[in-house]
Design a protein around this ligand. Structure first.
Ligand code: FAD
Length: 292
């Protein structure tokens, strides 16, 4: 389908972009990589009067690694994350998750800010942001504000972003060296959105017991979520096959999927259990046959 008629501008500065959004009182939309917005326009799922192209705003395409964590500018693409050699060491979970995003044409264009603002429940980056307690920086007419990812994502395609605000940055907390982690997802075909995905990380204390367990799921509910009951089960325990099976059963009980055109709720519930089992087995380097 052809796109609807609309106006287009490409502001040179962040403040010009925000002013343009504010001047159109909800009738303007930001376009970044366009990989989600263009199909939505073509299908008439959204009909703004103006597109504000932020693709060339300066300074938003940087990946900064510091003691404070890993900062991903809003215009950082999937491809840039994949190509940044530092990230495999400083945030291997992020790199593993992003490897599942879409196909390479989309990966060249799709951005961090676009993915967070779009908030697809099956998208990998919002899931990693929630699992890792990441913080977004938003900029609007009254300056900037910070919001934790779980407060930013309100539901499927629904966020706390005001119509005249932009996502400018995502900060992931620093990654401890020696941390155990895994990302597992299942999609019908490589590059498709996940039917479900699970991100896991935890640290080990001096006795080899788990602490600081984080377990997040995508694709199952209206928004990515942490499985806090599973995290509580794991904390303070030594990971073994018995604990992995208990965690997988608890995960199945903890999620609340619905039927949709891609999968029945019962299938997704079971899939979450399988993915939690696989992720914990991989993170703990425990052979899956033993964990099953
Ligand atoms: P755009 O399409 O430009 O914008 C998306 C939305 O965010 C729009 O509402 C726009 O107004 C808003 N927006 C964009 N940037 C900002 C900003 N900085 N501040 C405020 N609002 C902003 N994604 C996955 O995560 N996993 C997948 O497996 C996956 N598979 C895909 C398969 C296909 C066939 C396609 C077409 C897309 C897929 N995607 C997938 C989505 C892809 O990753 C998108 O690139 C991403 O979701 C949106 O990023 P974008 O930069 O293209 O945003």
């Amino acid at each position: 389908m052809k796109l609807p008629l609309l106006d287009y501008i490409r502001p040179a500065t962040l403040s010009d972009a925000i002013a343009a959004l504010g001047a159109h009182d909800g009738d303007a939309k930001v376009i970044s990589g366009g990989q989600s917005l263009m199909p939505m326009l073509a299908f008439r799922l959204t009909s703004p009067k103006l597109l504000v192209d932020i693709g060339r705003l300066p300074g938003l395409d940087q990946i900064v690694v510091s003691e404070e964590g890993i900062d991903l500018g809003a215009l950082v693409t999937w491809r840039a994350i994949e190509r940044d050699k530092r990230l495999a060491d400083v945030h291997p979970l992020l790199v593993a998750a992003i490897a599942h995003v879409a196909h390479y044409q989309i990966r060249n264009r799709g951005t961090v800010g676009g993915s967070l603002a779009h908030a697809d429940p099956a998208a990998e980056l919002p899931g990693i942001a929630v699992t890792c307690d990441a913080t977004l920086t938003l900029v609007g007419p009254n300056g900037s504000r910070s919001l934790r990812a779980d407060a930013f994502i309100l539901g499927g395609l629904d966020t706390a972003l005001a119509p005249d605000e932009l996502v400018v940055n995502l900060r992931l907390p620093p990654w401890r060296s020696g941390r155990c982690w895994a990302f597992e997802e299942f999609a019908r075909r490589r590059g498709d959105f996940a039917l479900a995905g699970v991100a896991v990380f935890y640290d080990l204390d001096a006795y080899g017991n788990v602490y600081n367990a984080h377990v997040g799921v995508i694709g199952v509910d209206h928004r990515p979520a942490r499985l806090t009951a599973v995290e509580t089960l794991l904390d303070g325990q030594r990971l073994d096959t018995r604990l992995i099976t208990m965690a997988a059963d608890l995960a199945r009980d903890a999620v609340n999927p619905s039927d949709d055109i891609h999968a029945e709720a019962a299938y997704r519930r079971d899939l979450v259990g399988v993915l939690v089992e696989r992720a914990l087995a991989r993170a703990g380097n425990i052979p899956l046959t033993e964990a099953a």
